[in-house]
Ligand binder design. Structure first.
Ligand code: SF4
Length: 395
């Protein structure tokens, strides 16, 4: 598969690149001057950040280009819609930067910056000046994990952990590795897509990966590719490098309007990911996060796209589960028929709900679990917090 803006497969140039970051719409010359005022207003509210490599993947002749949709603000983001913390992550924060929702897994939000900012980000609140959910000092989180022997999995997230200095990444990984009950360390990162050279060019980081991903206790790279055009030669090189350093790679991404809400695109993404050793893990229903109205896909439509995408490819390319990260747990969208939507708790905050199967009346407009009406007595009804009303704006 070739793409019009893909860098040439020249390993020497792949290894030498350094990206230049851009934080102002005015520094993107391809955006016409007449669009800048409104897009700057959007970026004032929901931060903009990109880099020359990723901007270079955009086909600027196509106003609907998916890479453009992913990174360039849209005026519709300013519509009053959604909540900043749509899954109520605040409710599972046990200390600054530490989330503990499921028994075995703790999240450390250790960085509040990403290689670029996805417009549909569900944690865009972290990029706002007044937000203090991320902590640069993870010592309290490390102590919390050390004191909870049930915790076998730790997910480093943010923001993007791979944007931290290599020294800090080493300190955190070594602190976690010193805790015997921590078996899996996951690094959630879109750097292989936004800046593959962060991995390719840093021999010390590669050494950190090698020494902390051991035979019995692996480090996982939870990559985040949304579209097959992100799988350029440098991106594939970054995944290859991570694999050679002993990391296990998988991919998770949301289903996003205008980016990957097409069975052919999604199927190609899943298949290519399986070929490079980074098979799909989760496909997320987009959370009703403030600013995300232009990126939202209804549950039923998302299910149809997902099902159609799974019609081709090997088993490895069809491993993804289509899930909603609801405040109460990870809810798998198992099936849809003419009358009903069938859901199942894949993970649940309340142990009593684990594995529970639920049936709801089909609603083709619904974007989130809270909007669905139970079709039987055993399926819970959730408090309806309409995504069409802002309950916590940035101002
Ligand atoms: S990489 Fe993840 S955290 Fe960062 S902007 Fe994109 S979705 Fe948000």
């Amino acid at each position: 598969m070739t793409y019009p803006n893909e860098p040439k497969p020249d390993i020497v140039s792949i290894r030498l690149r350094r990206v230049k970051y851009v934080r102002s719409i005015d520094r993107v010359p391809q955006i016409p001057p007449e669009q800048r005022e409104v897009l700057n207003a959007v970026a004032q509210r929901y931060a903009f950040r990109a880099n020359d490599y990723y901007l270079g993947l955009i086909d600027w002749n196509d106003p609907d280009d998916p890479i453009r949709q992913l990174i360039i603000p849209r005026p519709e983001e300013l519509h009053d819609w959604g909540r900043l913390d749509a899954s109520n992550e605040a409710a599972v924060s046990v200390a600054p930067g530490v989330q503990h929702k499921y028994d075995h897994t703790v999240l450390l939000l250790c960085n509040e910056v990403c290689g670029a900012y996805c417009r549909y980000c569900f944690r865009k609140r972290l990029f706002m000046d007044e937000n203090e959910e991320v902590t640069r000092d993870v010592s309290e989180g490390i102590r919390y994990i050390a004191g909870n022997p049930n915790v076998t999995n730790v997910l480093l997230t943010g923001g993007d952990p791979l944007l931290m200095s290599t020294r800090r990444i080493r300190e955190i990984l070594e602190s976690l590795r010193a805790i015997p009950h921590v078996r899996i360390i996951r690094i959630g990162s879109k750097m292989p897509a936004f800046d593959p050279w962060r991995i390719i060019n840093d021999a010390e980081l590669q050494d950190v990966f090698r020494s902390n991903s051991t035979r019995r206790n692996r480090v996982y790279l939870m990559a985040h590719f949304d579209h097959p055009r992100e799988l350029t030669d440098p991106a594939v090189e970054a995944i290859d490098c991570a694999i050679r350093c002993g990391l296990i790679c998988v991919n998770q991404c949301p289903l996003i309007r205008g980016i990957n809400d097409d069975p052919v695109v999604l199927s190609n993404l899943f298949r290519e990911l399986s070929f490079i050793g980074c098979p799909p893990y989760y496909l997320f229903q987009g959370r009703p996060t403030a600013g995300n109205q232009p990126y939202a896909v209804p549950i039923v439509q998302g299910w149809e796209i997902f099902r159609a995408a799974l019609r081709s490819g090997s088993g490895l390319s069809r491993r993804a589960r289509f899930v909603m990260s609801h405040a109460t747990g990870k809810v798998e969208i198992s099936a849809v028929d003419e009358r009903h939507i069938y859901l199942r708790y894949h993970r649940a905050k309340d142990p009593a709900l684990r594995g529970q199967f639920m049936i709801y009346h089909r609603n083709d407009d619904a974007l989130w679990l809270d909007e669905l009406e139970p079709a039987d007595e055993s399926s819970p009804r959730f408090e309806h917090t309409s995504p069409l009303g802002v309950d916590e704006g940035p101002e």
